[in-house]
Design a protein around this ligand. Structure first.
Ligand code: AMP
Length: 284
């Protein structure tokens, strides 16, 4: 695996591959890789001739009181994992390489309807940071396909909207959520949990699963289901439920009784750790 810290050098390599007619699959990450990230690399490997991954902890998408400084950085380990997963190139830029004008960086702002709800409501500016870094990475890598996880459901919706609105010539793939054996969605932030919190954490998936089952068996009392799940999670030891909502998977607007596809989105807190999860279902 070749490692590139500079945009120009990566561009030269990608230009060579493109000149040979090879297809490029791209997996952007913030590092601290786990099996969820590697499942994305595997999907890229199966679909493309060359796989490019990136590791960049993007300051633009962190708020002032968030965990940018303490976000886990495990570069050596990550390299080994990417190499074992047959990644061809890793882009590992510095902040200065990505943002030459830190105070006056040009930004990509995706429409409010999907960026100020849910994660955007508690993390103002987060999705502008995501859209900006992803569009810059797309310009650098120029992939044929880019793979993102369903884990960050809203993030995928935002990137999908950006790609459509700006006519970016890239096919997006949404990869299923990789979970631990007890159902907890894999996340770099799970390591912030202490032993007791780690035991409680999988109940978030159980709560989502209960709602999914109710929807599958015809229940459409969305707000009752959401309220019951919230109470259940608080009883089980979560200290806060930011949201648990049944929504339209395309628009993220509240679900209506006549639709068949639902996304159930949730964020709940254990201590200061926010756990994010979702289930996508098609009801009969
Ligand atoms: P991150 O490093 O957290 O920015 O994540 C990089 C990519 O991996 C994003 O597209 C995430 O949605 C995806 N991802 C993170 N966790 C999982 C998971 N448990 N299963 C599948 N994809 C994931």
């Amino acid at each position: 695996m070749q490692i590139f810290e500079q945009i120009a050098a990566l561009r030269t390599q990608i230009g060579d591959w493109k000149a040979q007619g090879l297809s490029i699959g791209f997996v952007p990450t913030m590092g601290n890789l786990h099996d969820g990230h590697l499942s994305l690399v595997k999907m890229a490997r199966e679909r493309c001739d060359k796989v490019v991954a990136s590791i960049f902890v993007n300051p633009l998408q962190f708020g002032p009181n968030e965990d940018f400084e303490r976000y886990p950085r495990t570069f050596e380990d990550d390299c080994l994992k990417l190499q074992l997963a047959s990644t061809d190139a890793l882009f590992y830029p510095t902040v200065a390489e990505m943002y030459p004008h830190p105070q006056t960086q040009t930004r990509v702002v995706v429409a409010d309807d999907i960026t100020v709800v849910f994660e955007g409501a508690t993390r103002p500016g987060h999705f502008d940071g995501v859209a900006t870094v992803v569009s810059k990475l797309f310009n650098i890598v120029q992939p044929d396909i880019a793979i993102f996880g369903q884990k960050d459901f809203q993030q995928f919706a935002v990137i999908e909207r950006m790609v459509e609105d700006l006519a970016m010539p890239i096919t997006l793939i949404r990869a299923p959520i990789a979970r631990d054996v007890d159902g907890l969605a894999l996340s770099s932030r799970n390591q912030y949990l202490d032993a007791k919190q780690r035991q409680i954490a999988p109940k978030l998936y159980v709560a989502l699963h209960d709602i999914a089952q109710a929807l599958s068996s015809g229940n459409r009392n969305f707000s009752d289901l959401e309220k019951a799940a919230t109470e259940q999670l608080l009883r089980e030891g979560f200290n806060q439920v930011d949201y648990i909502r049944v929504v339209d998977p395309q628009t993220l607007a509240p679900a209506s009784v006549d639709q068949r596809e639902f996304a159930i989105l949730a964020v709940a807190r254990l201590g200061s750790t926010r756990l994010l999860d979702n289930i996508l279902i098609t009801a009969a």
